[in-house]
Design a protein around this ligand. Structure first.
Ligand SMILES: [Zn+2]
Length: 72
């Protein structure tokens, strides 16, 4: 798996839509690739944050800043 495959699958991983083989491949890649591991951390954090605060409009400044860095 390369980094672009990894990023394609991260969204589905966070949503628990991957099969066992795909999860294993993804985890192996994340262990050996800090940039993708960071990206995964962010995705998982985003998911949790959306879940916890979907009915609030307050987003922590540090999180907003990170989101902006990633999106730009
Ligand atoms: Zn990678």
């Amino acid at each position: 798996m390369n980094c672009s495959d990894c990023k394609d699958k991260l969204d589905r991983y966070v949503d628990r839509e991957l099969n066992n083989t795909e999860v294993l491949e993804l985890k192996l890649h994340l262990e050996g690739c800090p940039p993708c591991a960071d990206h995964y951390e962010f995705q998982a954090h985003l998911k949790r944050l959306v879940k916890v605060s979907c009915d609030r409009d307050k987003v922590p400044a540090a999180f907003r800043e990170k989101l902006r860095q990633i999106l730009l």
